[in-house]
Design a protein around this ligand. Structure first.
Ligand code: SF4
Length: 294
């Protein structure tokens, strides 16, 4: 069996940046540090941050002082406002790509467009974008969802950064069928696109795929979903402990990828995990993990 790693796998620019900001903040401050929700959607990394004194909270209810790090997903302006009113120091680690989606949503709202956000309604990034998009904004998760809303004739579209261009295109095609004006901003981030393209390319060359990342990570779930749609066996795992030997019987080539919030050390652990399984019976042929040329 040979192991292949997707060209683009693991931490993206926005996650690296947010982690850098968090580490620096922890190093240079002596007051409590909080994030609203986990800093990134990876439980193993969040545990490491907790050891540095960065505590994830569900809400700001009982917090009286300290630093609030805004994670890469961003938060709605109303929440920033209430954190300021409490006297919390704000450290903004919102990813610049997410910020762009927020700014486009705000710009569309101010220009009297009804904003349609393509994304997962419960996802914090979408919550944040909706906060900028105005009270009549709606969230759809695919083109079939549009009929559930009564929409105006002047529609502005932005997307959660982790969506796929294919789904965004379908939503826009559906909207233009009966709306007079549809203004679209493709706010899908290039890191997400690159990871998706690299994973799909790899999926064409291998017999099975392992997708590594948090189960609460939207972009990792999307990667797994896209790969599964290709019709090959694909397994979404968080750690190497979930690997099962049975997945690799009759497999010559296994492909590996990780979401944008998956640390490289976890990807390496999974590679080691597959190697160990191979020692107990699978024929592991590779000495190095290979990357297919783009
Ligand atoms: S996936 Fe893209 S938008 Fe999300 S944090 Fe990473 S770089 Fe930013």
């Amino acid at each position: 069996m040979e192991i292949y790693l997707a060209q683009n796998a693991g931490f993206c620019f926005g996650v690296e940046r947010a982690l850098g900001i968090a580490h620096d903040t922890a190093k240079n401050s002596s007051i409590p540090i909080y994030t609203l929700g986990p800093l990134i959607h990876n439980p193993q990394v969040v545990e490491e941050l907790r050891k540095e004194g960065i505590i994830p909270l569900e809400n700001l209810d009982n917090i009286k002082e300290g630093i609030l790090i805004i994670r890469s997903h961003g938060i709605p302006p109303s929440v920033i406002e209430s954190a300021r009113e409490k006297g919390l120091t704000i450290v903004d680690a919102t990813c610049p790509f997410v910020k762009q989606a927020q700014e486009k949503a705000e710009m569309l709202r101010k220009a009297d467009y009804q904003v349609v956000v393509l994304g997962e309604r419960e996802h914090p990034e979408v919550e944040g974008i909706l906060g900028f998009a105005g009270e009549n904004a709606v969230c759809v998760n695919d083109h079939n969802n549009i009929k559930n809303f009564s929409l105006s004739n002047k529609i502005g579209v932005v997307s959660q950064t982790t969506q796929s261009v294919r789904v965004l295109s379908r939503v826009v095609s559906e909207l233009v069928k009966n709306k007079r004006e549809v203004r679209v901003f493709n706010t899908i981030c290039t890191s997400t696109q690159l990871r998706q393209e690299a994973a799909l390319k790899l999926a064409r060359e291998v017999d099975c795929m392992i997708i590594v990342g948090g189960r609460n990570s939207a972009n990792t779930k999307r990667l797994a979903q896209l790969v599964k749609e290709r019709g090959i066996p694909a397994y979404h795992i968080e750690t190497e402990k979930e690997l099962e030997k049975g997945w690799f019987s009759d497999v010559d080539k296994v492909g590996l990828t990780g979401g944008a919030s998956t640390p490289n050390w976890m990807i390496q652990r999974v590679i080691e995990g597959i190697r160990k399984l191979s020692e107990t019976g699978l024929a592991y042929k590779g000495t190095d993990v290979k990357r297919l040329p783009i």
